[in-house]
Write a protein that binds this ligand. Structure first.
Ligand code: SF4
Ligand code: SF4
Length: 283
């Protein structure tokens, strides 16, 4: 098994998965039935013994001491496979409009487009399914595989820090660098979602085309201007520029009561990921 096999599997999965479009029974509005969520995939590979994964991310000012290195998830881990799935143009365009409209009988409001809500919630179902299918595919090839965020060992350490970080794994796997808004800027931009799988298969690590964590961010401050909760401040610099203690509660408050045909609870914002220079590309 090679990295190319993993890339081909992911590409094929995205083309054929029913989860890459909104099911009629989930659609918040009837015209959203069949809406495509993701427009492709990027895959990167990191060596499990990369020093960033083994030591650096355990530092308090980078991730957290309780962050678990690949070999703590799987004793004989060799490779971390990371993928990024960019949202479609339609999903991103829809969220450029202003939203903060009353929704339903509760004192709450829809703070992002219905398309974005689907991409955030139904899109995550696809990410989970892809991680499961990727693990199955790797096991059929005779190797071991575990998706950290689906493992019973996965846990939140604080409300906004967990013992595995998809974005940090993607950074090590050469997929991109962090932005002021704390998303990861990839070749296909920031608007989308990440997943990862650890395996004992030795796959060639992707050579990172960057050397520092914020290299792709041009500090233009557009994400700050887009943020409705004032959680981002370019003057605080790239490391401390986003205050998760402001963003988190704002996104939480966006939680809508059960809605749509399946009576699902959804939430989301994502304004800092659209109408910005890093939405679809490296700025
Ligand atoms: S909008 Fe500008 S400042 Fe914000 S993350 Fe993107 S490139 Fe960086
Ligand atoms: S998700 Fe929304 S609230 Fe949080 S930083 Fe981005 S724009 Fe601001």
């Amino acid at each position: 098994m090679t990295g190319k096999d993993i890339e081909s599997f992911t590409t094929e999965y995205l083309k054929t998965s029913d989860l890459n479009s909104v099911a009629a029974e989930d659609a918040i509005y009837p015209d959203l039935a069949g809406m495509q969520i993701y427009s492709g995939s990027l895959v990167g590979f990191a060596a499990a013994d990369d020093n960033l994964l083994v030591e650096d991310f355990k530092k308090e000012d980078i991730v957290y001491p309780d962050y678990m290195a690949p070999k703590e998830w799987m004793e004989d881990a060799k490779t971390v496979i990371s993928f990024f799935l960019p949202f479609t143009e339609l999903v991103c365009e829809s969220n450029k409009k202003e939203y903060d409209i009353p929704y339903g009988p509760r004192i709450t409001s829809q703070r992002c487009s219905a398309e974005w809500l689907h991409a955030r919630i139904e899109g995550q179902k696809l990410v989970i399914d892809l991680m499961i299918k990727l693990c199955e595919f790797i096991k059929v090839q005779g190797c071991k595989a575990v998706a950290p965020t689906l493992s019973p060992q996965f846990r939140l350490i604080t409300p906004y820090i967990s013992n595995w970080s998809e974005r940090h794994a993607a950074y090590v796997a050469g997929l991109g660098t962090f932005g002021l808004s704390k998303g990861l800027i990839t070749e296909r931009g920031m608007a989308g979602r990440f997943g990862s799988v650890i395996t004992d298969a030795e796959l060639t690590a992707t050579i990172r085309p960057y050397s520092t964590p914020f290299e792709y961010c041009v500090m233009c401050g557009e994400c700050q201007r887009r943020c409705p909760s004032n959680a981002i401040d370019v003057n605080r610099g790239c490391v401390k520029g986003k205050d998760q203690n402001i963003c988190g509660p704002y996104v939480e408050e966006s939680t809508l009561p059960k809605h749509g045909p399946n009576r699902i609870i959804r939430y989301g914002c994502g304004k800092c990921q659209v109408a910005v220079p890093c939405e679809h590309r490296k700025p």
